[in-house]
Ligand binder design. Structure first.
Ligand code: FES
Length: 560
């Protein structure tokens, strides 16, 4: 083992070496902790303002057991946590802030390796981005998904079933009492959402990237195996320090391609596209939006999990979870990618079995011949847009219809339940100014609710287009991440109600059927909205955030 980083703090012969040892001993440690053992930071995104991560202190205790047993010194530290349900205007505004917090907390402190405790949507990519930039040995331990929701005789999957039941409540088909009951049993434990939303997607992709122990991502939060693997991860990080195995050797271009293949096969959240682009940027790896689509075209969707499929994360875990998916995908993956286990992907999963072929299909019998997410282009989205085709209505994947435009999310919310809203089942709902700068912060507003007037007619989906993101738990024919966004004058800003829009998922096109001359006239009269912040972090965000197709990281945080 080469000289440890922590020794620069604790082994100096000067006054400050003494002072650092003395001050750390104020926490009740004996002098033998300075015997040259690795110091392991436990980067904890625990918070009571983030229910999904509220159990992570217990997980941290298990990690510490492992670190002590392996001869390391565990020191837990907090960072900002991002509670998806609570933060305004959106956690995405703060993903980069958390990534900076993680990076600088690692870099500034006397630690030789770090265990990253995450769970809720943005906490995983923020930690991966931060540790990619800091680049000391690191291992990810997600908190795991919640227990499945259970209401009467119905199993409920977080936002996916919550939204469906809300539509019944909105239209008077579900009583107030029943709706209250649902509130009490849809989220039954600590842990993140129970479907293949952004949290389950990103924790699964952390495993696909090689940054967790095998099988770590999907163990339910309350399951005793969650703590057992946390302890094992604590043991393993001490070895990772001794081996000097850093994130930059694990998260390579090939590992990112593996993550994209897995994302497509599990029907992962559309948000994964933005986060993987940002992680690649931190590593100095060239990754282009079109690579997602190329991989999507050749990767079958095989994990039958809501919102694209029928089952929940608990079922996925019992069926074999991510290792079973990766075993199935092995012929398509870069099987020799190194992981934090010290072994390759192939070595990690080659003996894995699938226990339920209804939940995890074979490549020969997929749920869909292509991957979950596709990338669209056209004059409405010159820099791309995304659509989760496996969660869309097949009949709408080729559609031509008249636009009905909302200039903002606020305007949409004010109008969506109007009984006289002039929309039909063929309308294309367009919402502007919800992108990285326009939202601001790129909020998850893209799942525009179905207008009440259409719900009353029994319409269950229409094409919706915006420059927003969407919760990974959502579903429907929803085009997202349109770039460039409306707030900076992207073509989306020029759409008017009544214009014809054409979506063709097969040819990956999104077309605003308006003559170029007319669009030129509209562009000449475009007025950029005033910035939403004029000070502080918000202003920093607006000045430096990149567009969706570039990952929405700050321009100055990309690796040089
Ligand atoms: Fe945290 Fe869904 S709200 S994962």
């Amino acid at each position: 083992m080469s000289k440890l980083r922590s020794q620069e703090w604790f082994q100096q012969p000067d006054y400050y070496g003494f002072a650092r040892r003395a001050w750390l001993r104020s926490e009740g440690f004996n002098r033998d902790i300075f015997d040259g053992r690795p110091v392991i930071g436990i980067c904890n995104s625990w918070s009571e303002l983030n229910n999904c991560n509220a159990h992570l202190r217990t997980v941290a205790e298990a990690v510490k057991r492992g670190v002590w047993a392996a001869g390391g010194l565990p020191l837990e530290f907090p960072t900002i946590s991002l509670g998806e349900m609570y933060m305004r205007p959106t956690t995405m505004l703060y993903r980069n802030l958390m990534a900076m917090d993680v990076e600088e907390s690692i870099r500034a402190n006397p630690i030789d390796g770090v265990v990253l405790l995450c769970g809720c949507d943005k906490t995983t990519p923020a930690q991966l981005m931060g540790c990619a930039s800091a680049d000391i040995p690191a291992i990810v331990v997600p908190g795991g998904p919640m227990l499945s929701g259970q209401w009467r005789n119905q199993r409920l999957g977080s936002g996916t079933d919550g939204r469906k039941l809300f539509d019944l409540f909105r239209t008077g088909k579900l009583s107030e009492e029943a709706w209250e009951e649902v509130e009490g049993c849809i989220s039954r434990s600590a842990g993140h959402c129970t479907v293949m939303g952004t949290a389950s997607t990103m924790t699964s992709l952390a495993e696909a990237l090689g940054m967790t122990l095998t099988g770590c991502a999907n163990i339910p939060a309350p399951d005793s195996r969650r703590l057992a693997i946390a302890e094992k991860s604590g043991t393993r990080i001490v070895d990772l320090v001794k081996e000097d195995l850093r994130p930059s050797r694990i998260m390579t271009k090939q590992a990112l391609e593996n993550a994209i293949i897995v994302d497509m096969a599990i029907g992962g959240s559309t948000n994964a596209v933005v986060h993987l682009l940002a992680i690649a940027g931190r590593l100095g790896i060239n990754l282009h939006l079109d690579e997602f689509d190329a991989i999507s075209r050749r990767t079958p969707y095989i994990a039958n999990i809501k919102p694209s499929g029928a089952y929940l994360m608990e079922d996925f875990f019992y069926a074999g979870g991510l290792p079973a998916v990766m075993r199935e995908l092995l012929p398509m993956l870069h099987a020799d990618c190194l992981t934090v286990t010290g072994k390759t992907i192939a070595e990690n999963v080659e003996n894995t079995e699938c226990h339920n072929r209804e939940v995890i299909r074979t490549l020969a019998d997929p749920l869909h011949p292509e991957g979950g997410t596709i990338v669209l282009r056209g004059n409405l989205a010159p820099d791309g847009a995304v659509l989760k085709q496996t969660a869309a209505s097949p009949r709408l994947l080729r559609h031509r219809g008249p636009a009905y435009v909302f200039e903002s999310n606020a305007e949409m919310l004010a109008q969506i339940d109007r009984e006289d809203l002039p929309v039909t089942k063929d309308s294309v709902l367009v919402m502007k100014n919800c992108g990285p700068k326009g939202g601001p912060g790129f909020p998850e507003w893209g799942h525009i609710p179905l207008p009440r007037v259409l719900l009353n007619q029994g319409v269950d989906d229409v094409v919706r287009i915006s420059d927003a993101r969407m919760s990974g738990t959502s579903f429907g024919t929803v085009v997202l991440h349109v770039a460039p966004e409306a707030a900076i004058g992207g073509p989306l800003a020029l759409v008017r109600s009544g214009d014809t829009i054409e979506l063709n998922a097969e040819s990956r096109s999104l077309t605003l059927c308006v003559a170029g001359e007319e669009l030129g006239r509209r562009r000449a009269s475009f007025v950029q909205p005033a910035p939403k912040y004029d000070r502080g972090y918000g202003q920093l965000f607006l000045e430096h955030v990149t567009q969706a197709n570039l990952g929405c990281d700050f321009d100055f945080l990309k690796a040089k």
